[in-house]
Design a binder for this molecule. Structure first.
Ligand code: HEC
Length: 163
């Protein structure tokens, strides 16, 4: 059986991500954007005047009631939450899943674009509407940037070392 080049490339890229993940396990976040993003992910609280709202089944509720962490977990590992299967959204896992079977590796910019579309419009990486209960969120552009900055490092800090 021959292994396609793209598969090898993806595995290589994946293995580049892993060591950096372990190296950063001992840090706690200092960068201001990342800290603001962490607050959005964990608590649903933004840093601008526009309050973050979650839209679920046509109803708008404060994001602090349905935080990202309540489903995806404090470290982004996913699993079973609120009676549904929630994906692992740590960067290496995301990259692995959505680059697999395509012949290119997603760049950070492309990943962020897809994630933004999912969060705001409920459209998945493959262009289809999500079937799950993940809400759509409205937030300021600034808060979205902070959240995306945090998602890039989600799961890398001390408390997630054993996850
Ligand atoms: C009520 C539970 C729930 C909440 C709250 C939630 N998610 Fe999700 N999320 C899911 C489920 C379930 C999926 C799988 C989506 C699907 O394909 O149906 C998902 C998928 C994802 C994905 C993978 C995207 C893809 O293209 O497949 C990302 C990234 C993500 N969520 C980020 C977030 C962020 C960031 C927040 C907070 C702003 C959040 N989620 C809040 C349940 C949730």
């Amino acid at each position: 059986m021959s292994i396609p080049n793209t598969t090898i490339l993806i595995i290589l890229t994946f293995s580049l991500y892993l060591p950096s993940k372990f190296e950063t396990n001992s840090i706690s976040y200092q960068n201001e954007s990342i800290l603001k993003g962490e607050k959005i992910y964990m608590e649903g609280i933004g840093s601008t005047e526009l309050k973050i709202e979650a839209v679920s089944m046509g109803r708008s509720i404060p994001a602090s009631i349905v935080t990202c962490a309540s489903c995806h977990g404090q470290c982004g590992k996913g699993g079973e939450a609120q009676g549904m299967i929630v994906p692992d959204i740590r960067r290496a896992s995301y990259l692995m899943r959505y680059s697999m079977g395509t012949n290119k590796i997603l760049s950070e910019k492309e990943m962020n674009k897809k994630i933004k579309r999912l969060i705001t419009l409920g459209i998945n990486h493959d262009g289809k509407k999500v079937k799950s209960m993940m809400p759509k969120y409205t937030m300021s552009l600034k808060d979205m940037d902070y959240l995306l900055a945090y998602l890039e490092v989600l799961g890398n800090d001390e408390k997630c070392a054993n996850e």
